[in-house]
Design a protein around this ligand. Structure first.
Ligand code: E4P
Length: 214
C-alpha cells in the first residue's frame, strides 16, 4: 500500500520524505490556505520535493471552469493529479481531463455508488473520507470495503485512496482490505513505527548489554 502525506506544509513533507515514508502527497484548499502562500506556488514547491503523485484541488464548481483550472494545475508539474469534488459537474470534468491524459482524484466521496460513478467517468483515483464518516456514527472503513468489492467485480482500474485517516487502525484496516493508497497527516505517520513493548524491550537489552564482558 502506498503512503501519501496529507499536508501542504513543505517542512513536514521534507521530514517525512527524508524518512522514506512519502509515496505521494494530497492537498486540499483548507491545507493550502494554512500555508498563507499562493496555491500554484505551494503545489510547484511540493512537486519539486517529491517524485510521487501530488493531488492539487480545483476551486471552481462549474465543469468548464474546473476543466480550465485542471489544465493549469496539470501544467505546473508532471506529477500533478487534479483533484475534483464528487459532484455531477466534477464528473464531466473528469471525463474531459481523462481525454487529455490528465490524472484525476475524485474527492469527498461518501458512498460506494459515488465511487462507482467516479470510476465510470475515468477517475485515476477515488478518495473515500473515512474519518469524516466515522464522525457521523457510521463506519468509514465499510465504505472502503464496498468500493474495493465493486471495483473488483468489474475490474475497474481506479485506485482507492483512503482519505481522512485519523489513526493507525485506519491504516491497518486499509492495508488489510488491499486499498491502493492511504493518505494521512504526518502526526499519524509518525505513530506507525511506535510500540511501547519495542521501547521497553530495547531499554532492557541496552541495560543487559552493560553487563557483557568486554
Ligand atoms: C484527502 O485528500 C483530504 O485532504 C483529507 O484526507 C481530508 O481529511 P480531514 O477529514 O482530516 O480533513
Amino acid at each position: 500500500m502506498k503512503f501519501y502525506i496529507d499536508t501542504a506544509d513543505i517542512g513536514e513533507i521534507r521530514e517525512a520524505n527524508r524518512r522514506g515514508w512519502v509515496d505521494g502527497v494530497t492537498t486540499n484548499p483548507s491545507l493550502v490556505a494554512k500555508t498563507g502562500k499562493p496555491h500554484h506556488e505551494v503545489i510547484k514547491e511540493i512537486c519539486r520535493e517529491v517524485s510521487g503523485l501530488v493531488s492539487a484541488e480545483v476551486l471552481s464548481t462549474e465543469s468548464e471552469a474546473m476543466f480550465q483550472e485542471g489544465l493549469e494545475l496539470a501544467k505546473l508539474a508532471d506529477n500533478v493529479v487534479v483533484k475534483i469534488p464528487m459532484i455531477e459537474e466534477g464528473l464531466i470534468t473528469v471525463k474531459k481531463l481523462t481525454a487529455e491524459h490528465i490524472k484525476t482524484n475524485v474527492t469527498l466521496v461518501f458512498s460506494p455508488i459515488q465511487a462507482l460513478m467516479a470510476a465510470k467517468a475515468g477517475a485515476t483515483i477515488v478518495s473515500p473520507f473515512v474519518g469524516r464518516i466515522d464522525d457521523t456514527g457510521a463506519n468509514g472503513m465499510s465504505l472502503v470495503s464496498q468500493i474495493i468489492q465493486i471495483y473488483d467485480n468489474y475490474d475497474l482500474t481506479t485506485q482507492v485512496l483512503v482519505a481522512s485517516v485519523r489513526h493507525p487502525i485506519h491504516v491497518l484496516e486499509s492495508a488489510l482490505l488491499g486499498a491502493h493508497i492511504a493518505t494521512m497527516p504526518y502526526s499519524v505517520m509518525k505513530g506507525l513505527t511506535r510500540h511501547p513493548l519495542t521501547d521497553k524491550g530495547l531499554a532492557q537489552f541496552l541495560k543487559d548489554a552493560q553487563k557483557m564482558s568486554q
